[in-house]
Structure formats: C-alpha cells, structure tokens
Design a protein around this ligand. Structure first.
Ligand SMILES: Cc1cc2nc3c(=O)[nH]c(=O)nc-3n(C[C@H](O)[C@H](O)[C@H](O)COP(=O)(O)O)c2cc1C
Length: 140
C-alpha cells in the first residue's frame, strides 16, 4: 500500500507531524511520501491508496478555529476512489478544525476514514497513536 501526506505549515509543527506520521506509516509497511500542499507531485497522489491531509489550526484560540490557509487544500486533485485521513496541529483547542478539513477532503471525493488533532507539544506520541488508529481502521 502507498500513502501520500500533504500538509501546510508556517512555523514547522505540522511539517514535523507529517514527517513523524510518515515514519510511523513506513514502519507499518505503508510506503509513504510527504509534500507541502503547495508542492505536491500529482503522480504520487494519483497512485496512492491513502492520502493524509494535515493543517495547522487558525482562529481566535478558543473560538472560530479552522484549517489555516484552508483554500490551499481545495486545490488538491480529485480524490475520488481514495481513502483519506486528516490531521491538524494546535496549541490550545482545535475546535472544529478537523471537521472543516474533513469537509474539504470529502468534497474532493475521498472517503475520509479517520482524523486526529495533535497537540503541538505531543507530536511524537500522537503521531504514533494516529497511525495505530488508522492501520486499525484500514484493516476493518
Ligand atoms: C495566526 C494563528 C492563529 C492560531 N490560532 C489558534 C487557535 O485558534 N487555536 C489553537 O489551538 N491554536 C492556534 N494557533 C496555534 C497553531 O495552530 C499551532 O501552533 C500549530 O501547531 C502551528 O502549526 P505550524 O507550526 O505547522 O504552522 C494559531 C497560530 C497562528 C499563527
């Protein structure tokens, strides 16, 4: 199975999360490549079975949270027939960021099988947890 991770990041947390998730997926035998959302390889996405999409949380800390630079994700290619998962990083409270990111990815045609918000200070443990959950969901 092949996976692609596309992410957006300003200060590096979501990039680090993407890299940790890729490491854990590769350890689980899923061949994974990582791209910033503005520089993805369309061929890699076209041949991937699983697409992970990761954003940072933008908002007023405790209100109005949303995927940062959400529009960038709407420019991803059609994902019909692919399974997808979403993740976001946050500082205090992600609010509905994951739901909003799920909506974007579902509108691209993907079947979104899971998602997780990762606290920016707990990326390592939560990246592993995301991959454990995801491999469980994919096995079902
Ligand atoms: C403009 C701005 C708004 C933010 N708003 C929120 C917020 O509403 N809630 C929250 O928990 N974190 C918020 N954060 C924190 C970021 O989501 C968090 O630090 C994230 O890990 C940054 O990811 P990045 O390093 O990949 O850019 C905000 C950060 C920025 C720069």
């Amino acid at each position: 199975m092949e996976a692609v991770i596309v992410y957006d990041s300003v200060t590096g947390n979501t990039r680090a999360a993407a890299s940790l998730i890729a490491d854990a997926l590769n350890r689980a035998g899923i061949d994974t490549t990582v791209f910033p959302v503005t520089a993805y390889n369309p061929e890699s996405i076209a041949k991937a079975d699983l697409v992970l999409v990761g954003s940072w949380t933008d908002g007023l800390i405790l209100a109005g949270q949303r995927p940062g630079r959400r529009k960038r994700f709407t420019k991803l290619p059609d994902l019909t027939g692919k399974r997808a998962a979403v993740f976001c990083t946050y500082a205090v409270n992600p609010g509905k960021t994951l739901d909003k990111l799920t909506k974007v990815v579902a509108e691209l045609g993907a079947d979104v099988v899971g998602g997780m918000a990762l606290h920016r200070n707990k990326l390592e443990e939560q990246a592993d947890e995301l991959v454990e959950r995801l491999t469980g969901a994919l096995a079902r």
